[in-house]
Design a binder for this molecule. Structure first.
Ligand SMILES: [Zn+2]
Length: 244
C-alpha cells in the first residue's frame, strides 16, 4: 500500500498547490485593478488561495486530516501505509480521491456572520457579472473577425486545445493532465488520461476565463479525455506502473 499512498499523497499535494497558485495569481491580478473592480473580488480569491495553501501543507503531512467522512479502508491506508493488506482494493476509491469527491475539512473553524455570507454571495455575483461582460465583449469582437477560423496549438501536458464557445476558433485551456485507473482487480482494469482545465484563452475573440468556476459559467467543460495520448504520456513519465 506504500506505493499507492505515496502516489495519491503526491497527487493531492500537487493539485492543491496548483489551485492555490492559480487563485493567488488571479487575486493579485484583480488587486492591481481594484480601483475599477472593487476590493471584494481580490480578497475573495486571495482568501481561497490561503485556504488551499494550508490544505496543501496538511495533504503533504497527513492526508487523513484533509478529509471528512472517509471510508474505513482509506482511513487505514492513510494511518498505516506501510502495512500490506491483501483485501484492500484501492482502485474502488482512486477516482473519488483524485477528483476530491470526499469532502475536505473546513480550514476556518468559524461560523460566518450575516455580513460574511452577504460578502460571499456578492463575490459570486461579481464573478458572474465579470464573466458575462467578458463573454459580451468576446461576442462583439468575434463579429468583427474577417478571416477563417483560426487554429492554435497547445503545447505540453499543461495545455489542451478546445473550441472557443464564442467564435469557434481553437482556444487554449491551461490545467494539468493525469491518469486514473478503473477496474476491480489487478488483471482487469483500464487506464484513462484526463485533462483538468482551470483557465481558457482564445486569441481570436479575446475570451479569457480565469478559473474553473468561470469556465462553468461560460458553459465549458472542465474535464477532457485525452486517453488517445496515453502512450506519449507514459513515454515521458516512465512506464505504466505494473501494480496498477
Ligand atoms: Zn474565441
Amino acid at each position: 500500500m506504500k506505493k499507492y499512498f505515496n502516489s495519491i499523497r503526491k497527487h493531492l499535494q500537487v493539485e492543491l498547490a496548483k489551485s492555490a497558485r492559480d487563485y493567488l495569481k488571479i487575486g493579485l491580478s484583480l488587486y492591481h485593478d481594484r480601483r475599477s473592480i472593487g476590493i471584494q473580488a481580490p480578497i475573495g480569491n486571495l482568501g481561497i488561495a490561503i485556504e488551499l495553501m494550508i490544505k496543501t501543507y496538511i495533504a503533504k503531512n497527513n492526508p487523513l486530516l484533509l478529509f471528512q467522512g472517509l471510508p474505513t479502508e482509506l482511513k487505514v491506508l492513510f494511518t498505516c501505509p506501510d502495512s500490506s493488506i491483501k483485501s484492500f482494493h484501492w482502485r474502488r476509491f482512486d477516482i473519488d480521491l483524485r477528483s476530491f469527491l470526499y469532502k475536505t475539512i473546513e480550514v476556518w473553524a468559524y461560523c460566518p456572520t450575516k455580513k460574511d455570507i452577504s460578502f460571499l454571495s456578492s463575490f459570486d455575483m461579481e464573478r458572474a457579472e465579470r464573466v458575462r461582460k467578458t463573454i459580451e465583449a468576446a461576442k462583439v469582437k468575434s463579429k468583427e473577425l474577417k478571416h477563417d477560423i483560426s487554429l492554435t496549438s497547445a503545447e505540453g501536458w499543461d495545455e489542451y486545445n478546445t473550441e472557443c464557445p464564442i467564435c469557434d476558433s481553437e482556444g487554449i485551456l491551461t490545467g494539468n493532465s493525469d491518469f486514473h485507473v478503473l477496474g476491480e482487480d489487478e488483471t482487469n482494469f483500464e487506464i484513462f488520461l484526463d485533462f483538468s482545465a482551470d483557465s481558457f484563452y482564445c486569441s481570436e475573440c479575446g475570451l479569457v476565463l480565469n478559473d474553473y468556476k468561470e469556465l462553468e459559467l461560460a458553459g465549458m467543460d472542465i474535464s477532457y479525455d485525452r486517453s488517445s495520448e496515453l502512450d506519449e504520456w507514459f513515454e515521458e513519465h516512465g512506464p505504466e506502473p505494473d501494480e496498477f
